[in-house]
Design a protein around this ligand. Structure first.
Ligand SMILES: Cc1cc2nc3c(=O)[nH]c(=O)nc-3n(C[C@H](O)[C@H](O)[C@H](O)COP(=O)(O)OP(=O)(O)OC[C@H]3O[C@@H](n4cnc5c(N)ncnc54)[C@H](O)[C@@H]3O)c2cc1C
Ligand code: SF4
Length: 505
């Protein structure tokens, strides 16, 4: 076993880990050694080809096909230098005040989170897209919302030099999206933080991490690891877990922390989503332009959010219910399709949680509550109204039976789209906003960490990722994750004297 020693080891390099790496880089100036371990690969710029069949296996956990335990929902999570920020769309919203108040975590104040998310939004070049980059798929959404009586909001996005290739979820081929792979990690590395890719943390044993560095397989995208393949024991004076809402609780469970932390893995939420598609009479610009420029936030009133979206042919095909001629006809209409992503605002409930199997692999248990099903049905009805108001000929709604609604049925939307047709396993459901599992709170009886990400009872172990959320955020989460990670890093810096014997940076 190879042995290494660092002052701080950060596990995971996504929204949380990338932020902590950059925020701790001043410690390197003081002579401390900071390491990031990332299980995914580091890709060269020219390897981002935008081809679905190549990029999904290279950038996503299980190639994008990670399923919940009962197989009814697909969870999307990145696995690369930059984590899920490599594949996110970059829509950048601050945390909602009402949600943070409802979380009721002592020591977590909304103004503090807002200030920190604004700091990271500025660093990531967050702004409203120029009008010429707004495509017709998005304009039709705005128009449909207005005619149906709602006002769509424009998403601020974190792009620099966006060329509207619409391939954000396959990793931006134009280096425009400002994920942690573009901003925080390179800055941290320039300052002396070490990042080791293809390095999977297997288990935490006291103040050390057992790590397996994988060999690059023939034909696999990316660079070889910075370390030679093999097993390592990495000693650390402080460990920061940022392996995401599935990876962090799973690692702690593998490390035997479940007994002392009874809430570990619980409070998993994910904004369950599905894609709705509508057919227009004429081609619309959909697969060029930024894909996600507008949204409709009905979270407070009706527990759903609608977002514009544009998915690639394979993903679109899998999202359509049914087979054969009807399915094929819709796919042939691809250049005439308008798309909306429907997200339910779920709540943490008993039973929805992350566990590990005997081999230590994460297993996500998720049950669709009646409230979530009703929210998805309301969201689908609202989307159908928006599609028809925007001029669509027919709408494909998975919670209708049969799933195709013709324009002549506009008056029967509530009757046709109903909860009784919502059959998990028959409807293609997915989620990309994975939250919870190491929730913040007061004591081990109600949570895993305190408001500063410190694991109860283990002062040298902190969590800095989406697993900290004690409940769903009800809006796109990455800026809130960065704000929480910023707090974690600040605490480590301020305790540097106690932890490492150096003055606070
Ligand atoms: C397709 C998609 C689109 C999205 N779009 C948006 C959006 O537009 N706006 C928004 O706000 N949010 C969006 N999100 C969500 C957002 O990207 C995530 O919420 C956020 O990146 C989560 O941050 P994190 O640090 O918790 O985890 P991640 O960013 O997922 O990073 C975790 C990292 O830890 C690594 N890891 C896990 N286990 C180990 C281990 N044992 N050892 C070493 N490394 C490990 C993983 O490989 C991964 O790289 C999107 C997500 C997806 C998948
Ligand atoms: S739309 Fe813009 S940010 Fe998205 S992949 Fe294309 S260039 Fe990159």
């Amino acid at each position: 076993m190879n042995e290494r020693a660092y002052d701080v080891v950060i596990i995971g390099s996504g929204a949380g880990g990338g932020t902590v790496a950059q925020e701790l880089s001043p410690l390197v100036r003081d002579g401390l050694r900071v390491l990031v371990l990332e299980q995914g690969p580091r890709l060269n710029d020219d390897e981002f080809t935008g081809r679905e069949g190549e990029m999904a296996p290279a950038l996503y956990e299980d190639g994008g096909g990670f399923l919940t335990a009962d197989g009814t929902m697909m969870l999307a999570l990145g696995r690369a230098y930059g984590g899920s920020t490599v594949v996110y769309t970059g829509t950048s919203l601050p945390p909602p005040e009402r949600v943070i108040e409802r979380w009721d975590v002592p020591g977590l104040e909304y103004p503090d989170l807002l200030r920190r998310s604004a700091k990271h939004a500025a660093a990531d070049n967050v702004h409203y897209l120029e009008p010429e980059l707004i495509n017709e798929n998005n304009r039709l959404f705005v128009e449909g919302c207005a005619k149906a009586g709602w006002q769509a909001g424009q998403f601020p996005v974190n792009v620099k030099g966006c060329r509207g290739s619409s391939l954000c979820n396959l990793g931006c081929p134009n280096a425009a999206k400002q994920g942690t792979n573009r901003v925080q990690l390179p800055a941290a590395e320039r300052a002396g933080v070490e990042v080791v890719t293809r390095a999977r943390a297997l288990v935490i044993e006291g103040r050390s991490v057992r790590v397996r560095v994988a060999e690059q397989m023939p034909g696999e995208k990316g660079l070889p690891s910075e370390w030679a393949p093999g097993d390592y024991r990495v000693h650390a004076r402080s460990i920061v877990l940022a392996a995401g809402a599935i990876g962090s609780p799973a690692l702690l469970l593998r490390s035997g922390c479940g007994r002392a932390l009874p809430r570990l893995g619980e409070r998993f939420t994910c904004h369950p989503a599905h894609v709705l598609v509508a057919e227009h009479a004429r081609p619309i610009t959909n697969d060029v332009g930024h894909p996600k420029s507008y949204y409709l936030d009905r979270a407070e009133e009706e527990s759903f959010v609608l977002e514009t979206c544009m998915y690639f042919p394979f993903t679109t095909a899998k999202n359509l219910t049914g087979f054969g001629a009807d399915h094929s006809r819709f796919m042939h209409a691809f250049p005439r399709l308008q798309m909306i992503l429907v997200l339910a605002c779920d709540r943490a409930v008993p039973g929805n949680r992350v566990t590990v199997d005997r081999a230590g692999k994460p297993v996500v248990h998720y049950r669709f509550t009646p409230e979530v099903i009703e929210a998805l049905v309301r969201a689908t009805r609202a989307s159908a109204r928006i599609f028809f108001a925007a001029g669509a000929l027919r709408v494909h709604a998975p919670s209708a039976d049969p799933p195709l609604l013709e324009r002549s049925e506009m008056g029967r939307i509530d009757e046709r789209i109903a909860a009784r047709h919502f059959k998990p396993g028959k409807i293609s459901l997915s989620a990309a906003h994975l939250m919870g599992g190491c929730g913040m709170g007061r004591t081990p009886a109600d949570s895993v960490t305190d408001a500063w990400g410190r694991v109860h009872g283990i002062p040298w172990l902190r969590v800095a990722d989406a697993s900290l959320f004690p409940d769903a955020l009800h809006i796109n989460p990455y800026l809130t994750i960065m704000a929480l990670a910023d707090r974690v890093a600040e605490r480590i810096r301020s305790e540097a004297g106690e932890l490492f014997g150096v003055a606070a940076a």
